[in-house]
Design a protein around this ligand. Structure first.
Ligand code: HEC
Length: 209
């Protein structure tokens, strides 16, 4: 029977609900920030572009600090620590497999492995192994955005471990290779030369209509 008088227990349940709602809102924010940051980082232009286009404003150092480590393509910003794919396997199976599949190819969500040499074919498959130009983005992205349902919940060593495992699933590292701030930037991604810079000088031509 429900009573019109709310007990302390009810209040606690309500509080928990509120906490959960807040958490998921924060998760979405983190995803948004991750996407914004990765777009900027991958373009390699970062905030300089905001000035050139007259859009937005530079992020303050306080804002940047609150986003946690920001890892650049050459690995600057990577934290201490490290791990191997062998260590990453259990974490992957517990935290990633349900959405990305045992070999990283089955899904149901985005494929993380496979698709090698498929980009120039009639059915290109964009995976970490076939498409991503640098391996360091993996650390930044996973740290910020994965697991999708609990972003930000992995320790930095756990992130190194699943980064190693995703690279291992793409045959890019051995099971016992240590992945850390020294070794991660040195991994030669198969599509590292597949991106071209597009500064769009055509848009600045005064003769354009
Ligand atoms: C609840 C489901 C879910 C879980 C669990 C999950 N992911 Fe994801 N993952 C996704 C979805 C959905 C995307 C696509 C997100 C997007 O495009 O914005 C994604 C994208 C990715 C990508 C980017 C792939 C690309 O090429 O764009 C990587 C890398 C990744 N996940 C790694 C992981 C790792 C490592 C774990 C475990 C620590 C994990 N994910 C756990 C659902 C999940």
């Amino acid at each position: 029977m429900s009573s019109p008088v709310r007990s302390r227990g009810d209040a606690r349940v309500d509080q928990q609900r509120v906490k959960k709602t807040r958490l998921s809102r924060r998760s979405w924010l983190q995803m948004g920030v991750a996407m914004a940051v990765s777009v900027h980082l991958s373009a390699g232009l970062a905030l300089a572009q905001a000035g050139a286009l007259g859009l937005g404003r530079a992020a303050s150092s306080l804002e940047m600090a609150s986003w946690g480590p920001i890892v650049g393509p050459d690995g600057d910003g990577l934290p201490d620590g490290g791990a191997t794919a062998a260590a990453g396997r259990t974490i992957y199976e517990r935290r990633c497999l349900a959405c990305h599949g045992a070999t990283g190819q089955e899904g149901p969500d985005t494929a993380l492995a496979g698709g090698h040499n498929s980009l120039a074919t009639a059915s290109p498959q964009k995976t970490v192994g076939s498409y991503w130009p640098v391996a360091t983005t993996l650390w930044d992205y996973i740290n910020r955005a994965m697991p999708f349902n609990r972003p930000g919940s992995l320790t930095s060593d756990e992130v190194y471990a699943v980064v190693a495992y995703v690279l291992y699933l793409n045959d890019l590292v051995g099971a016992h290779d240590r992945i850390d701030a020294e070794t991660l930037p040195g991994i030669a991604m198969p599509n590292r030369d597949g991106f071209v810079s597009d500064p769009r000088p055509d848009l600045d031509r005064p003769s354009d209509p």
